[in-house]
Each structure stands twice: as C-alpha cells, then as structure tokens.
Design a protein around this ligand. Sequence first.
Ligand SMILES: *Cc1c(COP(=O)(O)O)cnc(C)c1O
Length: 350
Amino acid sequence: MTDVQQFASDNYAGVCPEAWAAMEAANRGHAPAYGDDDWTQRAADAFRTLFESDCEVFFAFNGTAANSLALASLCQSYHSVICSAAAHVETDECGAPEFFSNGSKLLVAPSTDGKLTPEAVRTVATSRSDIHFPKPRVVTITQPTETGQVYTVAEIQALSAVCRELGLKLHMDGARFAHACASLDASPAELTWKSGVDVLCFGGTKNGMAVGEAVIFFDPALAQDFDYRCKQAGQLASKMRFLSAPWVGMLESGAWLANARHANACATRLAERIAGLPGIELMFPVEANGVFVHAPDPVLAGLRARGWRFYTFIGGGARFMFAWDADPARVEQLAADIRDASTETLAAAA
Ligand SMILES: *Cc1c(COP(=O)(O)O)cnc(C)c1O
C-alpha cells in the first residue's frame, strides 16, 4: 500500500467517507438477507427520488454483470445488440453479454469518436432483415464514453427516436454516469428516461464505493424476472445490505455528484496545464474524469522514470483517470512532470 496517488485508473481509489459510513452503520446488528432489509428498500427509494420515477432497481457486484444481465433481459438469444466499436461491452467484458444472453450477438457500428450516431444505428439495424441474421433488438451507449466524452441530451433523444422508430430498446452503460450528470449539469432523469433510455447501469465503484452497480429499469415490464436472472448469474448478494447501504450514503448526501464533479475538475485541471506543450496532444476532448495524452515514447518513458503509472491501451496514449479523492497537488505534480519530460525530450533531440 502506497500513499502516493496514481491516476492509472479511477478504481485505484478507496471508498469515500459517505459510502464507508453507511457500510459501517449497516454493520451494526443483524438484518434480513437477500435484499429483504431496510437498507435495500431505502436505497431503491433513493434512486426513485433521484430519478423522479417509479423505476425498478437491482444491485449487482460489478459493471460487467450489470451490463450483461441488463442486455440479456432485453433480448432473446436470436437478437442482436448494436454498440460502438469502443464499447466496454465489446472490448472489455470477455464475451459476457453474449454468454449471459445465450448468444445475442453484439453488432459493432463504425464510429469515429467512440460515440454512436442515429445514422450508424440505422445503417446497422437496417442492413439485413432476413431470417439468417440476428434480429436487432437493443442499442447500447456508454455515458460518458470509454474515452470520456458525453452524449448531450439532444444526442440521446436523437438516438432514442431512431430506436423507437426501428423497434429497438435503448440501454445505457453508466459506469461513470455520475460524471456525465456533473459534466452536463443535467438531471439523472433528463439523461435517461426523459430522453428515452429504457435501462441504465449506474456505476457505484468508480464513483467512490468499494463495489457495486445499480441496474435501473424505467419500464417495469422489462424488469420481469430480473431477480431470477441475477440469482442464476451469481449476482444476488445474501448480505445485500452491504451492496445497497453505500448507495444510501452516496445518494442521500449528494456525494455521488460531488465526487464526480471533483473528479471531472481534476481532469480539466490537468488538461489545461498541459495544453500547448510541445509534442503533447490531447487525444480526446476532456468532458469527464479522464485525460488521454498522446506523447512521444521518450516522454512516456520519462514519466514512468518519474514514478508515474498509466495504461496505453487506447491508441498508445497515456490514460489518466481521476477519482473522488484525487489530490489537486498530485495533479499539479503530474502536469509539471509531463512538462519536464517533454522539455527534456526536446533538449535531447536538439
Ligand atoms: C469500469 C467499466 C465497466 C464495469 O467494469 P467492471 O470491471 O466489470 O466493474 C463498464 N463499463 C465501462 C465503460 C467501464 O469503464
């Protein structure tokens, strides 16, 4: 365990005080198992208040399970799910959506920036209508995207209009949904059901919890038997209160939004500090809590030599992700080290 913060992943952070306090409170005494407890009721009610909706709420251990089971609940095995080539469900879930749906195929739509467009959805959904091709049934979008861009309310509405027209359901992978709400200064309701989203997976882990994601159905009919699906997939927690209580802490205190705002602000701070440095380029607009930096290899090596950890799995650039507890002084240190590494590299080349 090190005290020095790294920004390689927003999952490096610990648990925020509000979630921790709720866990601690839930740990006093006994409570009924399998979700039949007051914490779970209170968490579901807090979601209904937050979303201004009588939605159905379920709790899963992680995002892969939440996404996969949500998509499976919308599909028969002969259906297909349209996603962006950059979507986590396609690139980072080890085939779990196909596995849990007994074979519903992901159809990857071309995308220049990781976001789906109505045109791309239409092209894929209408490319075939014969019996030999898996029938398009769902569109899934990631909000914000894997590289930190947000879909505006207008963009979600345009996508959902195409979905309605073509008979498709709209699923949202919101592993960082709070960061999108903070970035757009839009309400959770506006970014989901008011804009035509049918099911949302709302991430708790990257928002400051130890573990846990909520699956939220805005159309109760779509949630039918979802509890059985969770149980069969090993996603029904017997001590459910420890998955649900942290949400009570996050939602009732407003920490879910404050955490996301802070994380986003740290990303913006880094982006501003390194803008215009020679050889350094931002690979994507910074709209949430991540910064993707394209830099010459010697600069990346210089950063590693200065002790920084980061991944380069997207286009060879360095990814920096900020969590609820990102220390602004450490962000400044990273910016200074990027500047130094870039100056050093230029000097060596001269
Ligand atoms: C982190 C993440 C998930 C969930 O990942 P798990 O490791 O399964 O919790 C889902 N979607 C996106 C876009 C993510 O970044």
